[in-house]
Design a binder for this molecule. Structure first.
Ligand code: FAD
Ligand code: MLT
Ligand code: ZN
Length: 475
């Protein structure tokens, strides 16, 4: 295995004044070279990866994206597609001087079918705005994540983002019905179907879902939205052990059935961090583990009865030691923010090493306990939270500053651990720059080879998001 190393710049052309002229002619006022604006687009959300791009392009249409890529491909100029820049693996910012192609101005809803609930929109729609749009029509987006106020739906699809509702509505691989993609040479691939069923050969769009901008630029998409639930309840519960938390999960699936829309967890260390850095208040008695359960259904009385019976059962059997339930929107939001804002609290705590692992459910928290013992006082905090319902653990380690010795103690240890239990080293955030060389811990040589073949076929010059996703030993 090749371990994390800074890549070397590949022999792409450098951006010249004539290139800026070309872009300025085609995107007047939207070819940005202002160093202050570039500063923020060159740095990722975690402030851990920084590029040195000299130009940011803000197209509004698919045709403009096509012109840009056709030109860049001919001139051998590398391009980094960027949505809301909330990615957590260093994939959304340039590594060197790649041109930043932002979807920020591609934010139009193109169509909405109020019978099927299919929304068709440009890639740069901010997830929260899109949610508000479909809610006016009595639908909801099938995904929700803490970054909703900034992330773009195109970025979500490019990372195949999971989020807080995957347990209920499934992955974007199922809910995205169509994509429009501009390929590296400027060709526009129209797979913008709005059909639930389409078995006409290979499902080409799947290749672009989760490909992190390495195979094409997603310019538009259609996505299937569920109906807005009439009743939503959130329960915030405390558990004395992870084993009890898992038993509570098992019972919730049986007793809440089709109305269960989220089952998330955080440990006591996460709670301390959101209290300390964000001033949030723990609504229940202190516990080693906390659960956020959401139900979403169509019949208030029926849903409340189910939730009540479930809570009675888990409290009576001492699986849950304390809890609170919210039915009004304000309180629901407050409870959710304890879980959603952990990422933000961690950033305040220091430099954050983030791991996003799929594991068999019974092993999920052992990794946190083991890592705590393994790192001892080397780490400031070692915390665990995540999507229990999806078998996805977020293991995070903080440190006052970037620390090479700490990193060497975490990696590849964490990846060896994950491989031992046949887990995935990236459950939802992708590989980006940071994890590209660890791909073999979760994928076979043959599968990675095939990924490289796809890359060569679709982007023979390798101009799209170089140094990301694919390991360095493969070009
Ligand atoms: P960016 O960060 O801009 O880009 C991400 C990747 O996609 C990059 O490789 C970029 O090159 C590529 N890309 C972006 N747009 C396009 C496009 N149109 N065409 C081709 N490639 C493109 N992730 C989860 O999965 N689940 C979560 O619950 C979750 N919660 C988060 C909470 C917070 C507070 C934060 C900061 C992040 C969270 N994330 C989560 C990670 C991140 O938000 C998601 O990965 C999100 O989907 C990225 O969207 P974006 O628009 O910000 O994309
Ligand atoms: C989450 O589930 O909160 C996100 O994936 C972000 C993170 O892992 O910090
Ligand atoms: Zn997550």
């Amino acid at each position: 295995y090749t371990h994390d190393a800074a890549p070397t710049r590949r022999p792409f052309s450098r951006v010249m004044p004539e290139d800026i002229n070309f872009f300025s002619q085609h995107l007047p006022g939207r070819t940005v070279t202002d160093p202050d604006v570039l500063e923020s687009c060159n740095v990722d959300w975690l402030k851990s990866t920084k590029g040195s791009s000299v130009v940011l392009l803000r197209p509004k249409t698919t045709e403009e994206v096509s012109q840009i890529l056709r030109y860049c491909n001919e001139k051998n100029l590398a391009v980094c597609p960027q949505g809301g820049n909330t990615g957590l693996v260093g994939g959304s910012v340039p590594v060197f001087d790649e041109i930043i192609l932002s979807t920020a101005l591609m934010n139009r809803v193109l169509a909405f079918d109020s019978i099927s609930g299919i929304v068709t929109c440009q890639a740069g729609c901010v997830l929260e705005s899109l949610s508000q749009y479909v809610e006016q029509h009595d639908f909801v987006m099938p995904l929700d994540l803490g970054a909703k106020g900034s992330c773009h739906i195109g970025g979500n699809v490019s990372t195949n983002a999971g989020g807080l509702r995957l347990l209920r509505y499934g992955s974007l691989r199922g809910t995205v019905l169509g994509l429009e993609v501009v390929l590296a040479d400027g060709r526009v691939l129209d797979c913008l179907a709005k059909l639930r069923k389409d078995n006409t050969g290979y499902d080409v769009k799947q290749l672009f879902i989760g490909s992190e901008g390495t195979l094409g630029v997603i310019t538009a998409l259609s996505i299937l939205c569920p109906r807005k639930p009439k009743s939503v309840n959130v329960a915030f519960l405390g558990c004395s052990s992870f084993q009890k938390l898992l038993e509570t999960f098992q019972i919730s699936r049986g007793m809440l059935g089709e109305i269960l829309s989220a089952f998330e967890f955080l440990d006591a260390s996460c709670m301390s961090l959101v209290e300390k850095h964000l001033g949030l208040v723990n609504p229940i008695a202190e516990s080693p583990f906390y659960i956020v359960i959401e139900t979403a259904g169509s019949n208030e009385a029926h849903d409340e009865e189910k939730l009540h019976n479930f809570l009675e059962k888990v409290m009576a059997s001492s699986l849950v030691q304390d809890g609170t339930v919210a039915t009004e929107e304000v309180k629901i939001k407050a409870l959710w923010s304890i879980r959603e804002r952990i990422t933000e609290a961690l950033r305040h705590d220091g430099y954050t090493y983030k791991y996003d692992i799929s594991l068999p459910l019974e092993k999920i928290y052992d990794l946190v306990t083991d890592m705590r013992a393994h790192l001892g006082s080397q780490a400031k905090n070692v915390v665990g939270y995540g999507h229990v319902g999806d078998g996805n653990l977020h293991l995070n380690v903080t440190s006052p500053a970037g620390d090479a010795a700490l990193l060497a103690a975490i990696e590849p240890y964490v990846y060896e651990w994950t491989r031992k239990w046949q887990g995935s080293i990236s459950a939802e955030h992708g590989l980006g720059l940071k994890k590209r060389n660890y791909i073999y811990y979760s994928k076979s040589q043959e599968a990675v080879r095939l990924m490289a073949d796809f890359k060569t076929m679709l982007d023979p010059k390798g101009i799209l998001n170089p140094y990301k996703t694919l390991p360095d030993n493969i070009r």
